[in-house]
Design a protein around this ligand. Structure first.
Ligand code: GLA
Length: 394
């Protein structure tokens, strides 16, 4: 069920008998192009979507956090002075953020609240980055910490890498922290500079959930990272970002075939992502769509992270006359595709793709039409309660 601010405020009031002191919202994301480039210091072009994780909360006097998940119907209580890992559920993201913030020298205060969201889980839409950044925002609000989006994105990546144990790049946390309404962000994953790139007029972004969930993704993801690192060593550079296509063509013959194809994907995908940002600046949806299609082929054939379901949904999407381009998105092996479509025809597109995919695969897809939305936010309560403020909230 879509979650909204009213829903989370209502749930808080039921539980605590008063309005929350504040509400935070952190969106999921979908990447339009620039896949498996972030950990190669390369370029990505994601949007934050209008599905999000919400937390309604109030400060607590003790150094304790007490939070109830409406989605999992379980609670979590822990002491900020006794952080211990326990399993791998949603609560680990909450504790992991507390750990990373304290480790970075921030003094935290306790809080209690409820959390819920409508970002599909395990679908490649970054529900975990959304949760991580929402929790960071909650701690920043109650602890009076300054809010620096890029610093918090780095911290969120550290939670994934070191507390959860997933070796992801920085794309998800950056777009969740920096998302802009109406626009994609071209992010340079080496410098973390981010530039807005508004979507062409009269277009819409459709997320195409294949209804399959990624298996084996961690081991395959880590293997791809190793192969990219090996290729960077071969070229004598810090990361594949530093290899252009001329150098690649000149030197890559001496690489083993698999590593060569992995590297070719990254080198060409970086070039495609920059060209795609250029196409957005020119308002050229047609050119953008062609780049999306080429990106999919490269992920399927060279990087080998697509799946039959992802190939099928992208193919079916492309056949619709309103579709400019379609590709898999996120880590791969299952989850979602993404398409750029004509806004006027977007509902018809969604219907046709749903039917076509269902008929071809006997799986149940979901097509979400998404508006690019704002990154993580601290929202005031509508109910007259004072809002805990930080300097950066203005
Ligand atoms: C996952 C990771 C990101 C990125 C993508 C692939 O979503 O979390 O850092 O590497 O895969 O582009």
């Amino acid at each position: 069920m879509p979650r909204t601010k009213n829903h989370i405020v209502g749930a808080f009031e039921m539980r605590f008998g008063e309005a929350p002191a504040c509400v935070v919202r952190a969106p999921g994301r979908v990447n339009l192009i620039g896949e498996h480039t972030d950990y190669n210091d390369g370029f990505v072009l994601p949007i934050a979507i209008d599905r999000a994780v919400w937390i309604a909360l109030r400060p607590r006097p003790e150094r304790q956090v007490d939070v109830f998940s409406l989605d999992y119907e379980t609670g979590l209580r822990f002491d900020l002075d006794q952080l211990e890992k326990a399993g791998d559920g949603w609560g680990e993201y909450v504790k992991g953020v507390a750990w990373a913030l304290q480790d970075a020298g921030h003094a935290l205060s306790g809080w209690e609240g409820v959390v819920a969201g409508d970002v599909p889980r395990g679908a490649g839409l970054s529900s975990s980055a959304a949760l991580t950044l929402a929790v960071a925002r909650a701690f920043a609000a109650t602890g009076g910490l300054p809010w620096h989006p890029t610093e918090m994105a780095r911290l969120g990546q550290r939670v994934e890498n070191e507390w959860i144990g997933v070796r992801c790049g920085i794309m998800d946390q950056m777009i969740v922290a920096h998302g802009r309404p109406g626009a994609a962000l071209l992010i340079d994953c080496r410098t973390l500079a981010a530039e807005t790139a508004p979507l062409p007029e009269a277009t819409a972004v459709a997320v195409l959930d294949t209804g399959t969930r990624r298996g084996l993704v961690d081991s395959a993801y880590n293997e791809r990272r190793r192969q990219c690192e090996e290729a960077a060593r071969f070229f004598g550079v810090r990361a594949l970002r530093d290899v252009d296509s001329t150098t690649f063509e000149k030197k890559s013959d001496a690489l083993n075939e698999t590593t060569r194809r992995r590297a070719r994907h990254v080198v060409t995908e970086n070039a495609r992502t920059l060209a795609a940002a250029e196409a957005l600046r020119a308002g050229d949806a047609l050119a953008f769509g062609v780049l999306m299609n080429t990106s999919h082929a490269s992920l399927r054939d060279d990087f080998e992270v697509s799946s039959r379901a992802l190939d099928a949904i992208a193919e079916i999407a492309r056949k619709h006359p309103a579709c400019y381009g379609a590709r898999m998105t996120g880590a791969g092996f299952g989850g979602c595709g993404v398409a750029l479509v004509q806004a006027r025809q977007a509902s018809a597109f969604a219907e046709t793709v749903t039917e076509g995919y269902r008929a071809r695969t006997a799986l149940e897809p979901q097509v979400y039409l998404c508006r690019p939305s704002r990154g993580v936010q601290l929202l005031k309560s509508d109910h007259g309660q004072p809002v805990v403020k930080t300097k950066a909230d203005g």
